[in-house]
Design a protein around this ligand. Structure first.
Ligand code: NAD
Length: 244
């Protein structure tokens, strides 16, 4: 579902190259995008899922629509009885996330978010260092993403902004690199930027205090995500536990 940038640059080439996956159908409301996906003639195409045959023989859907449409797309795919891989950011509120996860579980279907950054060579190298114990216990992580092209434009005018689009990678990487556990509170804030401005996103994770560590900064665990431009900055606490 969705044949834009990430589908055409990443998913469709991998699907075509795989000998274990057959492409059954592609769905996109934009006829030009559907045409430019240039798939084989026996692949069904439709502007929306409802336009596909009810008896379409498919097992798995890959959702590559703009983020604000992920929740409804996933719901439609699960209703068809398909396993789902959805591009990041998974959905844009926790109610949708919980509902979809429990729907998938009830139906015995797999539902995964495509967090590709976890599998980058540099991230895998750092993860290996952390899990080997060679670095000792990790107490603080700070990740920064610098982007020259401003707010990502996935979804065109329907962009959900930098915190959701890029922040999803950073927060996921913190989870992948640390044993953070579930935060007890979640909040975030952001501001709209003009598309031309370079931006910098930073995510930090503060771990538990060490034995005897009197540093108040280490009292608790928190994830803070913020971004700044040349003259402005903003951010919010995404989650914390303990006393920080
Ligand atoms: N993992 C990564 O590194 C990575 C990189 C780029 C984008 N992404 C993610 O991929 C998703 C798509 O981004 P993009 O850059 O390809 O966006 P895009 O705007 O280039 O493409 C989105 C496509 O979805 C189509 N679409 C819209 N509503 C639809 C619907 N209901 N059903 C089917 N198709 C629909 C649009 O017509 C468009 O062709 C976003 O969630 C984005 O965050 C991930």
């Amino acid at each position: 579902m969705g044949t834009g940038w990430v589908a055409q640059r990443v998913h469709l080439p991998y699907i075509s190259a795989s000998s274990s996956i057959d492409l059954a159908a592609i769905v996109d409301p934009d006829p030009a995008r559907l045409r430019s996906a240039a798939v084989a003639a026996d692949v069904a195409t439709a502007p929306r899922i409802g336009g596909l045959r009810d008896d379409l023989d498919a097992d798995l859907a890959v959702v590559c629509t703009p983020p604000d449409g992920h929740a409804s797309a996933i719901a439609e795919c699960l209703a068809r009885g398909w396993h789902v891989i959805c591009e990041k950011p998974f959905v844009t509120n926790s109610h949708d996330a919980r509902t979809l996860i429990s729907t998938a579980a009830r139906r015995g279907l797999a539902l995964r978010c495509c967090q590709t950054s976890r599998f980058r060579a540099d991230v895998l190298a750092v993860a290996e260092e952390v899990s080997s114990g060679r670095l000792g216990k990790v107490r603080h992580i700070r990740l920064t993403w610098r982007r020259a092209n401003g707010v990502p434009a996935s979804g065109g005018g329907r962009s959900v902004g930098a915190l959701w689009d890029l922040g999803a990678h950073l927060v996921d990487l913190i989870w992948a690199l640390s044993d953070l556990g579930d935060p007890t509170d979640i909040a975030a804030s952001g501001m709209r930027l003009s598309p031309q401005q370079a931006l910098r996103l930073t995510a930090t994770w503060q771990g538990e205090p060490g034995e005897g560590a009197g540093d108040p900064c280490l009292a608790g665990a928190a994830v803070h995500l913020g971004f700044c431009t040349r003259d402005r900055q903003c951010g919010g606490t995404l989650g914390h536990r303990g006393s920080s």
